[in-house]
Ligand binder design. Structure first.
Ligand code: GDP
Length: 443
């Protein structure tokens, strides 16, 4: 997301680097380019105008602080105003009531059912809530079934709605069910249509009267760009939305919807969907996203992601073995698998400062993830004994492993050499006292 916007803004800021001061004339060019790139990214023209006016006002009045060059100063101004456009502070989902009812609304295909499951997982994992799903799309049996399957796969309770029930009845019965099951948060997956129609809006309004939801979240497809903004405006007029879940952000290179929707509608974006898997949901942090657009990195999100998906026991076990110089190919494989769980090296790189630039230079190299896949295949073709002690790997064993993993003997040799070098380096570091530091100073 935001790739081309990011490139262009960075390019225009770069030109300011050599300048001694910020002046109206030297920022004019940069501002013109930023305006163009925002419009090209399909950001609403009113939003662009407001943004540019604010940046200009701040930049012209800005005193360049000692030791900070005008490029950096200007980047900071652009960053702060991007944060503002994206909504300022992050707004949490409200689940304080018991039970809280979150009504998920949106057009068909926007990702409503998928986002319901994603949100369920977030509420359980992050906030420790007991979550129950309620399918309320009685027009599409497939939609009910889809939510039931997602519930089952992820260990959630799901109310047994049927297409014969009226949506109002589903709700009253589901509320009683939630009390009995001691459910903290009910996630209500409502009906969608391909386009906005009056009948659907009326039905959603009626549902809102029956349950008084804690949150009404619109699930909107980011790939629709400006159209997503007008969908949000209509839903908001009829229902009074409390938040947005912006989906398919992973496939949206431009970012126009994300940058326009908050300012145009006043509704905070609370989450964004970044993939098809149920774990692919991120809390919407305006400041972190602005940082990513300006290639300033988003290390905080990276650390959080690691905490979520990594198997801590496994990581600790490897670290201990590393310290005792017992690190084997089994540990190596386990580390690769942990990295894979985080979405692979390539997807992690985009969180690091300056990586946008560096990853462009890496285009001609073997992609790190396919290199990792090869290593994984090679280690998987080894016997347990070989993984635990690589010294037994003679020529014929290496040939067998290459055949088994669909690689060449040279690849097997290269991996073993790399592994030996890594092991030597680790052992050196441990001797230098890093082991002590890793154990928290205790020896
Ligand atoms: P609904 O009709 O609104 O309930 O939409 P679904 O939940 O059935 O999703 C429609 C399609 O969009 C499915 O193929 C989902 O896998 C896909 N989808 C949903 N959210 C995301 C997302 O954040 N990223 C991507 N890439 N696909 C998504």
């Amino acid at each position: 997301m935001f790739e081309s916007l990011s490139d262009k803004i960075l390019g225009s800021v770069k030109k300011l680097r050599g300048q001694a001061t910020i002046s109206e004339s030297n920022i004019e060019e940069a501002i013109k380019e930023i305006r163009m790139s925002l419009l090209e990214a399909d950001v609403n023209f009113k939003v662009v105008k407001n943004f540019i006016d604010r940046v200009k006002a701040k930049a012209i009045g800005a005193e360049v602080i000692k030791n900070v060059n005008p490029g950096q100063m200007f980047t900071k101004i652009v960053h702060d105003e991007l944060v503002q456009t994206l909504g300022g502070d992050k707004v949490d989902v409200n689940v304080r009531e018991n039970p809280s009812v979150i009504m998920m609304v949106g057009l068909q295909g926007a990702g409503k059912t998928t986002s319901t499951a994603k949100l369920g997982l977030y509420l359980r994992q992050k906030l420790g809530k007991k979550v129950g799903f309620v399918p309320a799309d009685i027009y599409r049996p497939a939609a009910i079934e889809q939510l039931q399957i997602l519930a089952k796969q992820n260990g959630f309770s799901c109310f047994s709605s049927t297409t014969e029930m009226k949506p109002e009845d589903i709700l009253t019965q589901a509320l009683a069910w939630a009390k009995k099951e001691m459910i903290d948060v009910l996630l209500l997956d409502t009906a969608g249509r391909l386009q906005i129609d009056d009948e659907l809006m009326k039905e959603l309004e009626d549902l809102k009267q029956v349950i008084t939801p804690t949150e009404i979240l619109l699930v909107a497809d980011a790939m629709l760009g400006q159209q997503a903004v007008s969908v949000a405006e209509t839903f908001h007029q009829r229902l009074g939305l409390t938040g947005l879940v912006l989906t398919k952000v992973d496939g949206d290179a431009r970012g126009g919807a994300a940058l326009s929707i908050r300012e145009m509608t006043g509704i905070p974006i609370k989450f964004m969907g970044v993939g098809e898997k149920v774990s692919a949901l991120e809390v919407f942090h305006p400041d972190r996203l602005a940082g990513r657009i300006l290639d300033m990195g988003d290390v905080l999100s990276l650390v959080e992601k690691a905490q979520e998906v990594m198997d801590h026991q496994e990581v600790e076990k490897s670290a201990k073995r590393m310290m005792n110089n017992e690190f084997t190919l089994t540990d190596f494989l386990s580390q690769i698998q942990q990295l894979k769980k985080m979405g692979g090296l390539e997807s992690m790189l985009k969180f690091l400062p300056g990586m946008g630039e560096i990853s462009k230079q890496m285009k001609n190299m073997t992609p790190p993830d396919s290199e990792m896949k090869k290593i994984e295949a090679i280690i998987n073709s080894m016997t347990i004994q070989e993984r635990e002690d690589h010294r037994v790997l003679n020529g014929s064993r290496r040939q067998r492993i290459a055949d088994g993993s669909g690689t060449r003997v040279q690849d097997v040799n290269k991996l073993i050499k790399q592994f030996e070098e890594a092991k030597k380096m680790m052992s050196g570091m441990m001797k230098m006292g890093l082991g002590k530091a890793m154990r928290g100073g205790k020896s």
